[in-house]
Design a binder for this molecule. Structure first.
Ligand SMILES: [Fe+2]
Length: 237
């Protein structure tokens, strides 16, 4: 159990909590903010996108692939490294909290597949019925993932702060970084920073070891913005 001084924690719109402790959870909160933002946009954009706009549906499918890849990377890293590290130390009710995280990830997977299949169907054989079914699935996924992220931020990150030191968390984070190929990094950085306040973005990109992230941001933000505009072409504003 850690006894080190609490560090300042990032808070972003939609975040349920930011438990105090020795571990800086900023990157986790940036990812969670982006997952919530994406599902808000997909759930709003799909019913507003005309069935006949093939370019928009193809862009939505490509944009979904970015979201799904980052979410898979995030959840599989937590399942493989973060939850086991917590289970090594957790007792009683704390164990049940961590085990619920695994179950919630597993519960989200079929909804993710159903949404991807719906988008694929809108590209291959678009129809109003398929679009309606996809809208329902997106709302269900948004609710399920939202509940999971709220639960994780409120209870599981409180456990991270109570049971792990900053150095132990950094060692776990190294596993995430190892699977961050340059291709994934160039997609992830502009995706993660959409709607993040400028001062927060600059602080994150200016951190030690942040040069690769800044390069990825500068090089790929233009192409990501074009994909974003094409996918969410029918969202007002
Ligand atoms: Fe997470």
């Amino acid at each position: 159990m850690s006894t080190t001084t609490p560090v300042p924690q990032l808070r972003l719109p939609g975040q349920a909590a930011a438990p105090e402790g020795p571990v800086d959870m900023a990157m986790m909160y940036v990812a969670h903010h982006a997952f919530r933002r994406d599902l808000r946009d997909f759930a709003r954009a799909v019913p507003l996108t005309p069935v006949t706009d093939r370019a928009a549906w193809r862009a939505l499918e490509r944009r979904w692939a970015v979201f799904a890849d980052v979410l898979h990377h995030h959840h599989s890293g937590e399942d493989a490294h973060l939850w086991p590290a917590l289970l090594d130390r957790a007792q009683g009710e704390d164990r049940a909290t961590v085990e619920a995280m695994e179950d919630e990830h597993a519960g989200v997977d079929p909804l993710l597949e159903a949404c991807r299949d719906g988008l694929t169907a809108m590209v291959a054989a678009p129809s109003a019925d398929t679009r309606s079914a996809l809208t329902v699935r997106l709302v269900a996924l948004r609710e399920a993932l939202g509940r999971h992220l709220d639960h994780e931020e409120t209870e599981t990150i409180a456990l991270v702060q109570r049971l792990l030191s900053a150095a132990e968390y950094d060692a776990i984070d190294e596993h995430f970084k190892k699977t961050l190929t340059p291709r994934r990094l160039f997609r992830l950085v502009p995706w993660a920073l959409v709607e993040v306040p400028t001062e927060v973005r600059e602080e994150l990109l200016g951190r030690e070891g942040g040069t690769a992230h800044r390069v990825a941001w500068v090089v790929s933000r233009g192409s990501f913005r074009r994909l974003q505009r094409a996918a969410f072409a029918h969202l007002p504003g």
